[in-house]
Design a protein around this ligand. Structure first.
Ligand code: CDV
Length: 314
C-alpha cells in the first residue's frame, strides 16, 4: 500500500498593504476550493500569508507593528480556514506573525502551523534563521527588518506524524541553510513544507533576478535530495506596493527533481501526487545516515558559528 498524498502548493500573488485579513482569507479559501476540486489532501500556503510582507517597513510605534500580528489562531478572521479544512478533509500549512504571552512575557515570532484534515493543529514552527537587520539601514535599497520585529524561534526543527508520514516545517531564509534540512532528516522527515517572501532583487547588490530564482530552487532541491525528502516551497509573489517578490513555488521530489511548479506571479495552485515511499531509496542508500555519516569530523558545525581562519604560521 503506497503512502501517496496529493499536495497543493498554493502560491499567493501580492498582498497590498491596504488589503485586510478577511479579503486575504477569502483568497486562501478560493485556493482551498480549487485544491479540493483537484483532489488535494494537503495545501501549503506561504510565509506571513495573511498580510503584506510588513518587515520591509520601518516602524517605531509598537502598536503599529502589532497590527500585523495574530494574537490567536484560529481567530474570527481565520476560523473559515479551519472550517474549510474539516469540510474538505484537507490539511493545511499557514505562515503568520504570532504575538504570544508566555509565562507573563510577550513574544513575537514569524510562525507557521501544520493543521491536519480534522482541523486540529498538529505542529507549530517558529522561524530560526531570521534574515535582515534591526535598525533602519540607509545603505539598502529597501529594508528587511525581521530581526527587529521577531525573536528567534524557540521550538527547534521537530517533525510530526501526519498522513502516515513524517512532516517538518521551516520558513523562507531557513531553506538556505543545510542544517535546517539535516536536523529534520535525522528525524526521518519525509515532507518539509515551507513558505517564502523573497524579493526578486537584492537590496544590497545588483544580483540578477535569475540568479536569485536559481538560489531558491538550488536550496530546496539540495535539501530534498540530501535528506531524501519531499520539499514543498511556496511563495508570496508579485508586486506588493512597488516591491517585487519572486514566484517559482515548487513541489520537489526526494530525488531533488521538480515535480510541479507555479508559472505566474499570482494566486496559483501547483499540484502533485507525492508518494512518501519514494523517500526510502535515498534514505536506504547514499543518504543512509547511520552507515555513512562521520560525526567525528563534524564537530565545528555545532561548536562554532562564524568562520575562524586557520593559523597559517608554521
Ligand atoms: N523572508 C525571508 O526570509 N526572505 C529572505 C530574504 C533575506 C531574501 C530569503 O532568504 O528569501
Amino acid at each position: 500500500m503506497t503512502r501517496t498524498i496529493t499536495v497543493g502548493a498554493a502560491q499567493l500573488g501580492p498582498i497590498q498593504k491596504a488589503e485586510d485579513r478577511v479579503s486575504v482569507v477569502n483568497r486562501l479559501l478560493a485556493l482551498m476550493e480549487k485544491a479540493h476540486a483537484r483532489g488535494c489532501q494537503l495545501i501549503v500556503f506561504p510565509e506571513l500569508a495573511l498580510t503584506t510582507f510588513f518587515p520591509r517597513y520601518y516602524m517605531e510605534d509598537q502598536a503599529e507593528v502589532d497590527e500585523w500580528f495574530e494574537t490567536s489562531i484560529p481567530s474570527n478572521s481565520t476560523q473559515p480556514l479551519f472550517d474549510a479544512a474539516q469540510r474538505y478533509g484537507m490539511g493545511f500549512h499557514l505562515g503568520y506573525a504570532e504575538k504570544v504571552k508566555e509565562e507573563g512575557i510577550t513574544h513575537r515570532y514569524n510562525t507557521a502551523i501544520l493543521v491536519e484534515q480534522s482541523g486540529n493543529v498538529v505542529g507549530k514552527y517558529r522561524k530560526i534563521h531570521l534574515p535582515g537587520h534591526v535598525e533602519f539601514d540607509s545603505d539598502r535599497a529597501f529594508q528587511h527588518l525581521e530581526k527587529r520585529y521577531f525573536e528567534i524561534g524557540n521550538l527547534g526543527f521537530p517533525v510530526w506524524k501526519m498522513f502516515d508520514g513524517l512532516f517538518g516545517m521551516c520558513i523562507c531564509n531557513d531553506r538556505r541553510w543545510p542544517e535546517t534540512f539535516r536536523v529534520m532528516g535525522l528525524q526521518g522527515v519525509e515532507m518539509v513544507v515551507l513558505g517564502y517572501n523573497t524579493p526578486t532583487v537584492n537590496s544590497q547588490s545588483d544580483e540578477a533576478p535569475h540568479v536569485r530564482a536559481f538560489h531558491n530552487l538550488l536550496s530546496m532541491q539540495a535539501g530534498a535530495y540530501q535528506n531524501s525528502t519531499w520539499v514543498i516551497g511556496v511563495a508570496k509573489a508579485g508586486n506588493e506596493d512597488g516591491h517585487e517578490l519572486m514566484g517559482g513555488s515548487a513541489i520537489i521530489a526526494p530525488s531533488g527533481e521538480v515535480a510541479a511548479q507555479c508559472v505566474t506571479l499570482e494566486d496559483e495552485l501547483a499540484v502533485a501526487d507525492c508518494n512518501l515511499d519514494q523517500c526510502h531509496f535515498g534514505k536506504q542508500t547514499v543518504f543512509d545516515f547511520a552507515r555513512h555519516r562521520r560525526i567525528e569530523h563534524y564537530g565545528l558545525i555545532t561548536e562554532q558559528t562564524g568562520v575562524v581562519l586557520p593559523d597559517m604560521e608554521h
